[in-house]
Design a protein around this ligand. Structure first.
Ligand SMILES: C[S@@+](CC[C@H](N)C(=O)[O-])C[C@H]1O[C@@H](n2cnc3c(N)ncnc32)[C@H](O)[C@@H]1O
Length: 347
């Protein structure tokens, strides 16, 4: 598969394939360590204060000192932290890694059970969605972290050129994006729709944290019910801008309804003049530096194959929008590897 479009240089990545077994095994452990340290607030503390005292940190956060020591030592051996005399600092790689932590929240926090059960899934002994689940809240949190680190400035630039009063975010996760955009546009309101109860509960906290209770409304609902079963969301009929991020492929999962999704989006939100749809696409193969891999793409592609959710190329998305009656204003590289923001007008 190849693409006629030039790709941002950083999407080519730095991981050299083939990954030898030493690198692969250590990468697996290292990913778990980074996720654990992120969950324990270590990177946030180091970003704010540059150094961390192991004993004091364990006491302050009621952590088992032996386990915490083992984690920071592991991170030291992987080159992310420097540990000297009970004091911890981030290395240059550790400082850089902060921007990529959302991918670890997503992969390790969200998909650990799915990846670990790949063989039973292949055999048909387990089925995703029946007796095997991802951690929806971690998937949503990882997406929000990646947004903050890599994507938010790109969306801000696009939305600054667009008028809106009511913004709807579909598959909104913890409603971080919609809250932020509404906060920046006084007088506007927002709705964040997500199927996951845990993510919607977190969304209520996000909204309250932004001081937007009553202005941004998190709604726990299945977007497919809105599109295909006339399920109505309060205020949805007045939406003038509809967005969705990292979610479109979920809406398109059923091949029997795929062609209908874009026309139904237009029908469900009749006042919407602009649709901002961001999603990760299939990494084009067979171009340039094939031996280098970026963060995220391999995980995104495998996770969705294991879940039985097809993912799509940039070109396939663009054709689908056109067939569904939306006009593509532009396709913008959207921070994370092989991820695009499609800026669309209801034609
Ligand atoms: C990868 S996350 C992206 C979250 C958020 N848009 C972001 O970028 O931070 C995908 C989200 O879609 C939600 N989702 C999946 N299927 C859904 C459906 N049918 N209706 C509503 N939400 C859904 C999941 O619960 C999850 O929060």
């Amino acid at each position: 598969m190849s693409s006629a479009h030039a790709l941002p240089a950083q999407w080519r990545g730095q991981a050299l394939a083939p990954l030898n077994p030493d690198t692969a095994f250590n990468g697996y452990i290292c990913a778990n360590v980074l996720h654990a340290l992120e969950r324990l607030g270590v990177f946030q503390r180091l970003a704010a204060e540059h150094t961390l005292d192991i004993s004091a940190y364990c006491e302050q956060h009621a952590l088992d000192p032996a386990v915490f020591q083992a984690l920071v030592r592991a991170a030291d051996s992987f080159g992310y932290l420097d540990v000297h005399g009970g004091q911890v600092r981030a290395t240059a790689v550790g400082e850089d890694a902060v921007r990529a932590l959302g991918f670890f929240t997503w992969g390790v926090g969200g998909y650990h059970d799915v990846f670990a059960n790949a063989a039973p899934l292949a055999r048909g002994d387990r089925r995703f969605g029946a007796d095997l689940h991802r951690d929806e809240a971690m998937v949503a949190l990882g997406s929000a972290q990646a947004d903050t680190a890599l994507m938010r400035h790109i969306l801000d630039e696009e939305i600054a050129r667009i008028d809106f009063h009511t913004l709807v975010d579909l598959g909104a996760g913890i409603s971080e994006r919609v809250s932020r955009l509404v906060k920046d546009r006084p007088g506007s309101r927002g709705i964040g729709v997500d199927i996951s109860r845990p993510a919607t509960e977190l969304a209520h906290e996000t909204v309250a944290g932004h001081g937007l209770a009553g202005v941004v409304q998190p709604v726990c609902a299945d977007v497919l019910d809105i599109l295909f079963k006339d399920h109505e969301v309060d205020g949805g009929d007045t939406a003038d801008v509809v967005m969705s991020f990292m979610f479109l492929h979920d809406l398109l999962a059923d091949p029997r309804r795929r062609e209908e999704v874009v026309p139904r989006l237009r029908k469900a939100f009749p006042q919407a003049h602009t649709f901002l749809l961001g999603d990760t696409t299939i990494r084009p193969r067979g171009e340039g530096e094939d031996s280098r891999l970026p963060v995220f793409s391999s995980g995104f592609e495998l996770a969705h194959a294991l879940m039985g959710v097809p993912i799509h190329t940039r070109e396939a998305y663009e054709r689908l929008f056109e067939r569904g009656g939306m006009r593509l204003r532009r396709t913008v590289p959207f921070g994370a590897p092989h991820t695009y923001l499609f800026v669309l007008e209801a034609a």
